[in-house]
Design a protein around this ligand. Sequence first.
Ligand code: CP
Length: 313
Amino acid sequence: MTMQHDLVSVESLSAADVMNLIHLAHAFKAGASLTPVRPTYAMNLFFENSTRTHTSFEMAEKRLGMQVLSFDAGHSSVTKGESLLDTLKTIQAIGVDIAVVRHPENGFYQAVLDAQLTMGLANAGDGSGQHPSQSLLDMMTIYEEFGRFEGLTVGIVGDLAHSRVARSNMMLLTRLGARVIFGGPAAWYPADFATYGPHVEIDALVAQVDVMMLLRVQHERLTAETETTFEAGNYHNDYGLTCERAARLNPNAIIMHPAPVNRGVEMASELVECAQSRIFPQMTNGMYMRMAILTEMLLAQGLMNPTDVEALR
Ligand code: CP
């Protein structure tokens, strides 16, 4: 396995790497436990809001026996002009082993990688760039359901233009052998997505998919003009998973969403917890997948026993 001093993008992951992480995450879910070879320290630096990613990384760190140091971006020296890189060098100097960072700037991690820190870096979401831990928990959830990726069709529908989840997932799904098709407003279908799959109308898409993956409309990233003209009811009717469209899904198809969900916009509120929905199981899997990611990162620093990790993969 090539894993993984840092995890900043799914582009560095082979299909075998993904399957190893899924097996490790499933082992944790089945009750396995691992602890590092010495006391280890994590810090989660979130420069954008988060509930799921932040909480599940912290839970994963604690379940691996790591000490978690608090960080509040609004009260940090970033407010005095300190750069992210200098902030990370500072916490490394103080003794942090792994930094988990969410940041609004696409590719914020490149300067950090170039600096070759000894501390590990996990990208918890960069702008509209990458969200590798979300993508890996999504792969875990799909694999748990179907036991394969080959032959599956995954529809990714919604605010594609702003979605780091869509970018990471289209890369991993196609690498693992699944077919991807996209839906939502055509104006929100970025040109580079065409390499990974076609854009189709939502009514044609629902009849084809094994996985219906909805994306949140990211109001915080819309232009002022788009936000002014956006109308939630129209969006739901034109592009959303309505109850009527959900009734036309294959009975074995599952519904996914990285959340938070705009209920009644990208999907009908009553579908969030319907029998085909895996939205809350995704969140549960996220904690186990983040345990797996952190384990591989600690292993790469010599902070996990290789024999113990290999036994769980
Ligand atoms: N899915 C996701 O990244 O959720 P949060 O923004 O709450 O972390």
